[in-house]
Design a protein around this ligand. Structure first.
Ligand code: ADP
Length: 670
């Protein structure tokens, strides 16, 4: 058969051939013919476009521009191609193959062979029409991929029409809601919606009709078994090719685990905060009652208990070993009717520190109700069914008390509650240990202060009269040895008096009762007067003082400031036994008076300097020098309370300087 090889005048059939040949050439569908060896004998323009070149007829094969593959993707030898096979078969059918062009482009082709009738010669045995189905193929592949995704998804993917009828149902939906596909197809979506949320569907459908999508909507849906599942829903409209909304696709994710995890995190965070808060407040509080109340309130609150009670392990006046201390959620009167909890079988494990008792229903417990006189819950008792009791045991192993929680409903307290209450209980135990020690200490220290105050007061009274009698004796013209002794006695009584006064002052400071009587006076004059007295009484040391300068006015308690000066000068003398001079100076500058006493005595190291202002402190090695370690403590207290500073600088073995500064006052009007 020839389409276009005519020369000379054409016959009618030849004209037809030419016409037909032109028609085929210009057809948009690729067509070629080849001989039995696969060598091209004819091809049209569409075929040339498909190959991307113009092969030589009679020379090139039909597949010259291509690599061939089976539809499954394996390489196809040309002799096995549908073209070559068709050439051998009497009635060849259409077949499929994949070709890869020189440009790397892959096409899915369908080959439609047609044997050419009467063409027995080698030239052209069959024509082949090629249909490029690549577009359709990729659509199918996409479709298959999408179906696979939908099927393998853990989320429920459901589609429904605008009446709410279920049209498709994947495996995820079966897993989440329990229904198999065949059970739900064609059923109304409301089978998944809990009774109380039925109107939700209406709202969803109207949004969908309006073309709106619903994203991550948190709601509840029903499982086949009837229980509710928290889910997150995303619903989008389904449109047909013309854009009309025909239904909705719905993706539902079971969020129970996520919600549970979030809830757990929130709960843990809340608990940690609470624990931290309790820990902080109870460790700050040194008052037993406050600690117990805080712990009782916190544990009652955290466990959701209706009543909480803390029984403190102490012996009351009747000799009963447990005393009700704090309550939460119940009135004290509810308990008072009952007296103290007794060491019954139920309470025993708690009060003996044996362990925690947790019961969903204590009235069913075998230990319950065996004890007279009540045999069970006494009349008027709070209706306790759920029960949690935790012993509070100190670090030393002593049972300090018990924490009891109750609720009228069964099954309230969980293992988690048990854990949390026991951790609060151990925090409480530590705090209670501290507060008990503190209370004991407080009472010991209060007793001591009381004793010192009383003793010094009692000692001072006879001492004052001894001093009075001695002074009378002294004035009655005593001479010689008697006069010497009386002077010595007066001197000793004076020392004793100073000691007792110091002790009394300390107890006044402790009780917050040290009072000042302030006036404006000249500190220089006060210093001068005091140094004069020292000049007359001290033989061992000379006090070097350059008495120049104006008056230094301060507003202070004159006697107390005098007490400080005497203390500093006395110390300088006492603690420089091998020196013979003391240096005193007074200056005023920058609104402050500064009085310094320097000695060349034993000095103090840094550690001692830090401690000398605390009460009863005496530096090592000063035992043979008399003193109580109170003078500097009192001096510092006096100077501090006058808004001044008392400081020391010292070099061991070389000497010390004690200096105090005080704010200056305006000179009094003349
Ligand atoms: P007291 O002199 O009665 O022991 P103080 O409170 O006046 O009590 O002094 C406390 C301690 O400080 C003294 O015991 C002594 O160790 C030390 N101290 C005080 N003044 C001096 C000083 N000038 N030089 C060295 N040590 C001193």
């Amino acid at each position: 058969m020839r389409f276009n090889t005519a020369s000379g005048p054409a016959s009618a059939s030849e004209k037809n051939d030419i016409h037909f040949g032109k028609l085929v050439k210009g057809l948009p569908v690729p067509i070629f013919t080849c001989n039995k060896k696969g060598i091209l004998t004819f091809y049209n323009e569409a075929a040339a476009r498909l190959w991307g070149d113009e092969p030589r007829t009679g020379k090139d094969t039909w597949h010259h521009a291509w690599q061939l593959f089976y539809p499954g993707g394996q390489t196809m030898p040309p002799e096995n191609s549908p073209v070559m096979k068709a050439l051998k078969e009497p009635e060849p059918g259409p077949a499929e193959l994949i070709v890869k062009g020189r440009d790397g482009r892959i096409r899915h082709l369908q080959v439609y062979p047609a044997l050419i009738a009467g063409a027995e010669h080698e030239e052209a045995t069959a024509s082949f029409t090629l249909i490029d189905v690549s577009g359709q193929k990729s659509g199918e592949e996409k479709q298959a991929m999408l179906s696979a995704i939908v099927e393998s998804s853990d989320d429920a993917i459901i589609s429904k029409d605008l009446n709410g009828m279920i049209m498709s149902w994947n495996k995820g939906a079966q897993k989440i809601f329990g229904y198999r596909e065949e059970e739900v197809l064609g059923k109304h979506i409301s089978i998944l919606i809990p009774e109380a949320l039925q109107d939700e569907e209406e709202r969803i459908i109207s949004s969908i009709r309006a073309g709106k999508r619903i994203d991550h909507f948190q709601t509840m849906r029903l499982h086949k078994e009837g229980y509710e599942i928290p889910i997150s829903l995303t619903i989008s409209p389904i449109k047909d090719p013309s854009g009309k909304i025909t239904g909705a696709s719905k993706i539902a994710r079971d969020v129970s685990e996520r919600l549970h995890a979030t809830k757990m995190i929130e709960q843990t965070a809340r608990r940690l905060e609470l624990l931290y808060d309790i820990g902080r407040t109870i460790s700050e509080k040194l008052d037993v009652q406050a600690v117990l109340q805080r712990v009782t309130d916190a544990t009652t609150h955290i466990t959701g208990a209706a009543y909480g009670a803390f029984f403190y392990n102490t012996v009351n006046e009747q000799g009963e070993s447990f005393m009700l201390y704090t309550l939460s959620g119940a009135n004290r009167s509810d308990f008072e009717k009952l007296g103290m909890p007794r060491n019954t079988e139920v309470f025993h494990p708690t009060f003996s520190g044996e362990g925690i008792v947790r019961s969903d229903d204590i009235t069913q417990d075998s230990r319950y109700g065996h004890n007279p006189p009540y045999f069970g819950k006494p009349e008027g008792h709070l209706p306790v069914v759920s029960y949690l009791a935790v012993p509070v045991v100190s670090v030393s192993g002593e049972v300090i008390g018990g924490l009891f929680l109750g609720h009228p409903q069964p099954g309230i307290f969980s293992e988690e509650h048990e854990d949390i209450v026991s951790s609060i209980a151990s925090q409480a135990a530590a705090a209670l240990d501290n507060s008990r020690l503190f209370e004991e200490l407080k009472s010991v220290s209060a007793k001591k202060d009381e004793f010192i105050a009383l003793a010094s007061h009692e000692l001072k009274t006879p001492l004052t009269s001894i001093k009075g009698y001695l002074q009378i004796l002294n004035r009655s013209n005593q001479e010689g040895i008697s006069k010497l002794f009386i002077d010595k006695l007066i001197n000793q009584v004076e020392k004793l008096n100073v000691l007792i006064t110091d002790l009394l002052d300390v107890s006044k400071i402790e009780a917050g009762k040290l009072r000042f009587h302030c006036e404006t006076f000249d500190l220089r004059q006060l210093l001068r007067d005091n140094l004069d007295t020292f000049h007359h009484t001290v033989q061992s040391h000379r006090i070097v003082y350059d008495d120049k300068g104006d008056a230094v006015w301060i507003n202070a308690d004159r006697q107390r400031i005098e007490q400080v000066i005497i203390n500093l000068v006395t110390n300088a003398i006492k603690y420089s036994p091998h020196a013979d001079k003391i240096y005193v100076s007074l200056q005023d500058s920058e609104g402050r008076a500064a009085l310094a006493v320097r000695d060349e005595g034993i000095g103090l190291n840094e550690d001692q300097q830090k401690k000398i202002f605390t009460r009863f402190y005496r530096a090592e090695g000063t035992n043979d020098i008399p003193g109580l370690g109170l003078g500097l403590y009192l001096s510092k207290e006096i100077i501090d309370r006058h808004h001044g500073h008392l400081t020391v600088s010292s070099i061991p073995g070389k000497g010390s300087v004690f200096q105090f500064t005080l704010p200056l006052a305006a000179a009094p009007a003349e």
